[in-house]
Ligand binder design. Structure first.
Ligand code: F6P
Length: 504
């Protein structure tokens, strides 16, 4: 086994909020430029421009793609000089001035949504908690409920009070069965305390692209926040779907997250040299690893606990967008597209799956994500120092493992023989995405960079990254099975399925 020599030339890109080191990819900038010439469509600049102006076509769903506009002209915070419903709702709830039906201030908010109506808001609210505008002395606890089986409601309902809890019903379509099932259970739970109308008038905000469905459900117009149909669910955290983030950190800080994303939009749109353009380079490296090296997976490994929900978010963003075998004009595609995305909080992964990464049989690529510095305001001097030491500990572990994964390590015994037990295979190409500090801006830039990576890969592969036809069949099949479980139909699926149904 030959290990990679230590890297001598740094390959990196620095932008206002986000940096990328791709020195451990084993591909030179000259090779990358050639590869870009081969891969990028001739009209790539025009396609990027269409994305920036909201004119890129999502042909199969017959609409355009407009999530980038949410960072600019359709910015929910800036709209109407900030005097809009979104900002007003955030202000009322965060200041303790939103009162429930019995006159008590709201203390808890439960976001009920799934997929894009859950993953982005949950990730953002968790990552940015410490940036809360401190004008708010009122404590607002935020909870997320997505699971169809009610598992999260089991945990949340006992610790909240119907009189002091507000529910965000977040669903682009307002028809997702998972979300509606959770809402139905909540409606049963409030019954001893509130009428349905009291609940709707004082304890619900609807966030959806389906205004009619929100009306039919009975949500008062002043409590409806809508966003455009042309904003895909997995690209919607910049719209009103991001309400839980704004409730956690305030509208101004939410606006800063949008600014960071907008800075990345500019970087992506205007940087011509592909070796200086973070999203384009991430896309090219990803395709190179997939097509030339045959690696079918990408691990997302954040080394900062605040980014712990990033891997699940990335699974939807990348896999729902680019896990496809047909082109946008419905021709079969005979080569692999998006990889399997997986991962987890890096330092804890070191005590779980890293053994396999270092010495197992499988090839992988990984994105390490590091935050170099962390202020720890609000703690004593000694605790601050200890916390800063912990941040340095995490970064040093991040650097150590990515180095080992690339270089490998060939161990020998005392008498000079090969020592396979202590040998590390190495040769695993990885990226390091890093920020000086995690802030709303750098967080926004990171997520926008990944969005544009997914877009770039989609146009290179010629697929539509903005639809998700592959999620429908399972939903329909589940309806048929449920009808049998509920006794409305006879069993007739297959021996295994029928047996489980009988047992139920
Ligand atoms: O089933 C997939 C999906 O449609 C995702 O694309 C979407 O983010 C999620 O379901 C939730 O959809 P909605 O926001 O319409 O409830």
């Amino acid at each position: 086994m030959v290990n990679n020599p230590p890297v001598t030339a740094v390959q990196s890109i620095e932008t206002e909020w986000l940096n990328l080191d791709y020195s451990y990819q084993g591909i030179s900038d000259a090779e990358l430029r050639d590869y870009a010439k081969k891969k990028l469509p001739a009209n790539f600049d025009a396609l990027k421009q269409q994305l920036m102006t909201g004119e890129f076509e999502n042909k199969t769903e017959q609409r355009t793609v407009t999530h980038v506009l949410n960072r600019g002209i359709h910015n929910v915070v800036k709209a109407a000089n900030g005097k809009n419903r979104f900002v007003e709702i955030v202000r009322l709830l965060r200041s303790g001035n939103w009162l429930g039906a019995t006159g008590k201030p709201i203390t808890d908010v439960v976001n009920i949504g799934v997929g894009g109506s859950d993953l982005g808001p949950m990730m953002g609210a968790f990552a940015l908690r410490e940036f809360a505008d401190d004008y708010s002395l009122h404590t607002l606890n935020t909870h997320f409920v997505s699971s169809m089986d009610g598992g999260q409601l089991y945990a949340v309902l006992p610790i909240i009070d119907p009189e002091t809890t507000l529910f965000i019903i977040a669903s682009k379509s307002f028809s997702t069965i998972d979300t509606l099932a959770n809402v139905r259970t909540v409606l049963e739970w409030i019954k001893p305390t509130l009428t349905r109308n009291q609940w709707l008038d004082h304890h619900v905000i609807g966030v959806s692209a389906n205004n009619q469905a929100m009306m039919e459900f009975g949500i008062p117009p002043s409590q409806q926040l809508s966003f455009a149909d042309s904003v895909g669910g997995r690209f919607s955290m910049w719209s009103a779907i991001g309400l839980p983030i704004a409730l956690t950190i305030g509208s101004n800080q939410f606006g800063k997250m949008l600014e960071g994303a907008q800075a990345m939009d500019q970087h992506f749109a205007t940087t011509k040299d592909v070796t200086k353009n973070i999203p384009v380079l991430l896309a090219l490296l990803g395709i190179y690893n997939r097509e030339e090296r045959g690696i079918n997976n990408l691990a997302i490994l954040p080394y900062d606990g605040r980014l712990r929900y990033l891997p699940s978010y990335m699974q939807q963003l990348d896999m729902e967008s680019n896990g496809k075998q047909a082109t946008h004009d419905n021709q079969p595609l005979h080569k692999p597209t998006g990889p399997i995305i997986w991962g987890g909080y890096g330092p804890n992964g070191q005590h779980a799956f890293f053994q396999h990464l270092h010495q197992g049989w499988d090839s992988f690529t990984a994105d390490f994500i590091a935050v170099l510095h962390r202020a720890a305001p609000g703690f004593s001097h000694d605790v601050q120092r200890a916390l800063r030491e912990q941040q340095r500990l995490a970064v040093s572990n991040c650097l150590a493992h990515r180095k080992l994964m690339w270089e490998g390590y060939r161990a020998t015994t005392a008498d000079g023989q090969d020592d396979p037990r202590n040998t590390y295979t190495g040769q695993h190409p990885t990226n390091l995405l890093y920020v000086d500090e995690l802030t709303p801006q750098s967080f926004g830039a990171l997520i926008a960079a990944y969005e544009h990576k997914v877009f770039t890969q989609g146009v290179i592969w010629g697929i539509n990254s903005f639809d998700q036809p592959g999620v429908e069949k399972g939903k329909n099949c589940a309806k048929d099975i449920l009808a049998v479980i509920d006794g409305d139909k006879d069993n007739d699926f297959d021996a295994s399925t029928d047996r489980i149904i009988r047992r139920m």
